[in-house]
Design a protein around this ligand. Structure first.
Ligand code: G3P
Ligand code: CA
Length: 327
């Protein structure tokens, strides 16, 4: 009788802990980095629609202001590594030889063709096996245009993909006399993204600006502090005073391989103790570095290192990985 009771208690314990681990796994998110950028030119509406069709949980928008204060979805403050700007507006380059988004109106930016990312000095595309540079027909677009695409697709498909905007180089914008964060927050609010319950995560590398967004601009959105330097790992408690998560470079989490198994820094567990979610960047199936396969890379971070989500150029592979792991 006692043995039966013990067995029953043990079974209940096993079933609860299994459910708990399933619940934790199911909360992990796949973030489409610049859209489905492994397959289509980054930050094009086509790449965003593809990421949505691939069931990405969140779709990323890097944001830079135009001359007339429209937040454009583009990774750099420059135009010459993803567009034909040097052919269309050859006279608009600055003394440093670069073409700046902020020097062009929205209407001017719409005249540019967008290509797969390339080195502006050589013209050679960065990822050789991706969408061929110069092919297809793509344009730049604003944050508003992208939100309308994603919200429209959410309605027509019944899905609920979130947005994951990044405020790019706030100091540069300030020097140019522009307040990018205020403009972006207003647009997000206009489209219904106001609190942590709304499917929007706002990110920034600039800690001073992200803190200002929380404390001075009183944003109630889910905020993620991006990280890139080793010394920033000592600032986790400070980040937790205004942010809800961190977005580290994935190598900040890796330690070394011992007997074929990766070991990790304490970054993820330290962040979790402070209540911070961890979304490392950037996972690319065509840039595996020290890993044998993309599945090994995803398993190492999503399962072994226990991060809460990943930025990836290949959202379909991330979604499939989590689905298969949860079966
Ligand atoms: O924002 C996180 C991820 O996108 C990595 O940064 O340089 O690609 O904007 P970046
Ligand atoms: Ca980004």
């Amino acid at each position: 009788m006692k043995l039966k009771l013990l067995f029953l208690i043990f079974s209940i314990f096993l079933s609860c802990s299994k459910k708990e681990s399933m619940r934790l796994k199911n909360t992990k998110i796949i973030i489409a980095h610049r859209g489905a950028s492994g397959y289509l030119p980054e930050h094009t509406l086509a790449a965003k629609a593809m990421a949505h069709a691939m069931n990405a949980d969140f779709i990323e928008q890097d944001l830079v202001l135009s001359k007339d204060n429209i937040p454009m979805v583009i990774h750099d403050i420059y135009l010459d590594d993803v567009t034909d700007v040097s052919e269309i507006f050859p006279d608009k380059k600055r003394n440093d030889g670069r073409f700046y988004v902020i020097d062009f109106t929205f209407d001017e930016l719409k005249k540019l063709a967008v290509f797969e990312r390339f080195d502006p000095k050589t013209g050679k595309q960065i990822y050789a096996n991706r969408f061929p540079k110069g092919k297809g027909s793509f344009r730049l677009h604003s944050l508003q245009e992208e939100i309308e695409l994603i919200q429209g697709l959410n309605k027509s498909t019944g899905k609920n993909s979130g947005i994951y905007p990044e405020i790019k180089t706030p100091e540069f914008h300030k020097k140019e006399g522009k307040n990018i964060s205020e403009i972006v927050l207003q647009i997000l609010a206009d489209y219904g993204y106001k609190t942590k319950k709304d499917k929007c995560i706002l990110q920034c590398f600039d800690a001073k600006e992200l803190k200002r967004i929380r404390k001075e601009l009183t944003s109630e959105l889910f905020l993620v502090q991006l990280m890139e330097f080793p010394e920033e790992t000592a600032q986790l408690a400070y980040f937790a005073s205004y942010a809800d998560g961190i977005g580290p470079w994935y190598k900040q989490i890796l330690n070394k391989k011992i007997h074929g198994k990766w070991t990790f820094t304490t970054l993820v567990s330290d962040a979790h103790k402070l209540g911070l979610q961890v979304h490392p960047y950037t996972f690319r199936a065509d840039q595996l570095d020290d890993f044998y396969s993309f599945d090994e890379l995803l398993h190492t971070f999503l399962i072994d290192a226990n991060v809460d989500g990943v930025f990836t150029d290949f959202p379909d592979l991330g979604v499939t990985f989590l689905q298969q792991f949860n079966q």
